[in-house]
Design a binder for this molecule. Structure first.
Ligand code: ZN
Length: 210
């Protein structure tokens, strides 16, 4: 929405100002409805599980491919910084906290991190920062397992001969979904089944924040 309306993402100052005003407007509307109807309306930072793909497809059909707006097979959830945008974990959490304040119905922020099993101090530093700066946030780490060869680490997404995104063990190269145990946070919860092509694309595009 920000890119379409301002030409910038909401991490740019003018985009941020616009995005916050939109969020405030949604909150004001909820307040108005609350008083009129005595029903507790609220703004919710939706995780949009499978809708991320469905909406992207519908928007493309209706408006065509608009660079930075409908050029992906997924749309970005609520106020989240785009998964491809390079930003460090602390800046991301601090930035998103202003939007959580305007999502009183519920919200969650994430930072993407590599396998952190050997860096507990860094995990604790991020947790402390979350505690001090933002209402609700989590770390997305990778702890996958290949049942075929016993590999532990990150199972990766590759493109097969038909152009489809598939998961592959970096060690034994198996693509057998029955053998691969992949856990990724896809919205509010961690999914261990496999995902549609839009969500798989979004997971593949994620940059690390730490
Ligand atoms: Zn393997």
């Amino acid at each position: 929405m920000c890119v379409r309306m301002t030409g910038k993402t909401h991490t740019a100052p003018e985009g941020r100002d616009f995005a916050l005003r939109v969020m405030q407007r949604l909150n004001d509307k909820c307040q108005e409805w609350k008083e009129a109807e005595h029903i507790s309306y609220s703004v919710y930072g939706t995780p949009m599980e499978s809708t991320t793909y469905k909406f992207a497809k519908c928007l493309q059909k209706r408006f065509g491919i608009i660079p930075g707006v409908t050029d992906k097979n997924y749309i970005t959830n609520s106020y989240h910084v785009h998964v491809t945008e390079k930003i460090d974990a602390f800046s991301k959490l601090k930035f998103e906290s202003d939007f959580q304040r305007l999502s009183p119905g519920g919200a969650i922020s994430y930072v993407e991190v590599p396998d952190m099993q050997n860096n507990i101090e860094a995990v604790l530093a991020v947790m402390q920062f979350i505690y001090d700066n933002i209402v609700y946030a989590e770390l997305n780490t990778k702890s996958d397992f290949c049942g075929k060869c016993g590999y532990e680490g990150e199972i990766r997404i590759v493109t097969d001969d038909d152009g489809k995104l598939v998961w592959e063990c970096p060690n034994c190269k198996t693509r057998d979904q029955e053998e691969l145990f992949v856990a990724r946070r896809t919205c509010g919860y961690i999914g261990t089944q496999f995902w549609n092509q839009g969500r798989t694309q979004e997971i593949k595009d994620r940059v690390l924040h730490l």
